[in-house]
Structures are given as C-alpha cells and as structure tokens.
Design a protein around this ligand. Structure first.
Ligand SMILES: [Zn+2]
Ligand SMILES: [Zn+2]
Length: 312
C-alpha cells in the first residue's frame, strides 16, 4: 500500500515538474535562421526618395511604469524584477507629427499593476490625448490593452478619427476596451490601413505587418532626417535582453495573458531576425515598447527626446 502511494506520488511529482518545465522553458529559443523576416532593405527602398525628409526628432512619453518578474519577461531568467514602461512615441517634423502607440489610461494601469513600484502620470496621459488631436497620423504597434487606450477611450473620438491608421485586425480588437463596449461611429468610418505589403506612411516612415505577438502586430521603420534609423518593434521583445539572449517569454504567459495566444514560431523567428539585424546594422536603434532602463538610456544619450514636442 505505502509503496503504491509512493509510486503514485512520484508519478504525480514527475507530471507536475514536466508541466512546469513545459510552461516555463519550452519553445522559447530563437531558431538558427530567419532570413527575410525583417526585410530592412525593402523598407529602405520605400523611403529612398525621402533622404533628409524624415522626422527631425523622436519623443518618448512615459505614462505608466511597473516592474515584472524576470522569469515572466524572459524564460529561465532569474534576476531582479524588470522595470517596464507604458508609453507613447512621437515622430516630429517641422510641419507634422506621427504618434506611435497610445498607452494605458489610469484605470487600466491600476488593473494591470503588479507591484507597489507601479505608477501613472495623469499629466503625461493628458499630453498624449491632446497631441493625438493635432497629430497627422496615429499608429499602433499592436492591439493589446497597454497600447490602445488613448484610442479606445479618447474623450473626443471625432477629433482623432481622421488621423487613425489602424489595420482591420487592430480596429476589430478595440471594442472591448471602450467604455460602452462599442467603437464610436467616427472611428468605424475611417478606412482601414492595408498592410498586405509594407507601406510608406510618411516621409522616412514605413509600416510592415509582423503578426505573432498578436494578429495585428506591426513594425515601424523610421529614417530620421539626419539619416539615423529606428525600428519600433512593439512587444515582439519586451526587453533588448530577449534579443541578445535569443529567448522569448515563457509559454505560461500564453495561457495567462494573451488572447488569442501568441504564435510562438513567428515570435521566435522574429527574435532571430532582430538579433541578426542588430549584428548587421548596429547603428539601427531597435525600440522595444516596454524596456524602461533601455529607453531611459536612449533619452540620456540624446537619441530620444524626453516627452512630446510642445503644441504649435
Ligand atoms: Zn502586447
Ligand atoms: Zn505591451
């Protein structure tokens, strides 16, 4: 009897350990090759005639922040909690602006908060909402709650609708984030952005579909007026370290957070492609949406401006 109990307990433990390994460590490493996944040559070609006419500066506006456990950010990483930023970016020309991502509102930040370190900047959120009404184009790297609230809950949807450049997939995901569960007519009336091919959306700016983290994920390639290159990668990687270590989030997050789940094969290939891009084009700055330490470092280095440009 005791022997059977011990065998049963041993088997149960083995199953639990196996499941834990599967959820935390399996399917997280990038493949050896991912050719053609990040076709930066094609994006450069689309803006070849724009040399010197890209944005003159890029601003980073932090609206919320928190810390995530390192093991959630990167499989197998046991370290201090990772600072996470929730933010929006602004591409600035003398005569126009493009906004990339629209962050979280106070309520969403509160619901998402994991630690006492979490914070929300109401003035920064107001700055974003106002800047959206004056922008020429508003893009979303993807349709997750921490990137879309400025669109889904904007107090004056008609004032931002003409600027929205959302794919059908992105827009189709927004209704549950609105206050009333339905998108305003003004937003529904805007033509969808067709990303069946990469598209030049402004001088020096190209948007390309990159599904995997979510169905409506995209990357945004930017060639600044001074020739410096940037690639906004949304949540393909939460931190630069995911790219450097060729390792993504644990599969467990697919069960807990992502609905629909991430397409892991796409994410893993994209990580490899970003790693390769970092080696082949070290001057191109990758911009993962949430890597707070890294983004603060880019501000300190003068690569990004802190905050949005004043209203003109
Ligand atoms: Zn996301
Ligand atoms: Zn995100």
């Amino acid at each position: 009897m005791l022997r059977n109990i011990l065998i049963g307990a041993g088997l149960l433990l083995a199953v639990i350990l196996g499941a834990a390994w599967w959820l935390l460590f399996s399917d997280t490493k990038a493949p050896a090759k991912a050719e053609g996944v990040m076709d930066v040559a094609a994006w450069r070609e689309l803006v070849a005639a724009d040399a010197g006419q890209g944005p003159t500066s890029i601003g980073w506006l932090e609206i919320g922040h928190d810390e995530f456990p390192s093991i959630a950010v990167q499989a197998g990483r046991f370290a201090a909690p990772v600072p996470m930023s929730f933010n929006a970016f602004q591409l600035v020309w003398p005569d126009r602006t493009v906004i990339i991502d629209t962050a979280v509102d106070a309520e969403t930040m509160e619901e998402m908060s994991q630690t006492p370190a979490a914070g929300f900047d109401p003035a920064a959120y107001e700055t974003l909402l106002d800047a959206m009404t004056r922008a020429d184009t508003i893009l979303l790297t993807h349709e997750h709650l921490d990137h879309v609230m400025g669109v889904a809950r904007h107090p004056d949807p008609a004032s931002i609708a003409p600027q929205l450049a959302l794919t059908e997939i992105q827009r189709g995901a927004l209704a549950p984030f609105t206050r009333g569960g339905m998108l305003p007519d003004a937003i529904l009336a805007v033509p969808a952005l067709d990303l069946s091919q990469p598209v030049r959306i402004a001088p020096g700016v190209v948007v390309a579909a990159m599904s995997g983290h979510s169905p409506g994920s995209e990357v945004i390639y930017v060639q600044r007026a001074d020739g410096a290159e940037f690639l906004f990668i949304g949540d393909i990687a939460w931190t630069m370290r995911n790219i450097d270590d060729l390792t993504t989030r644990p599969l467990l997050l697919n069960l807990l957070f992502f609905d629909p789940p991430e397409v892991r094969a796409n994410i893993r290939a994209q990580l490899r492609a970003l790693y390769d891009l970092k080696q082949s084009d070290p001057a191109l700055t990758l911009l993962p949406a949430h890597d707070r330490d890294y983004l603060q470092g880019l501000v300190a280095a003068g690569t990004l401006e802190n905050g949005f440009a004043p209203a003109r």
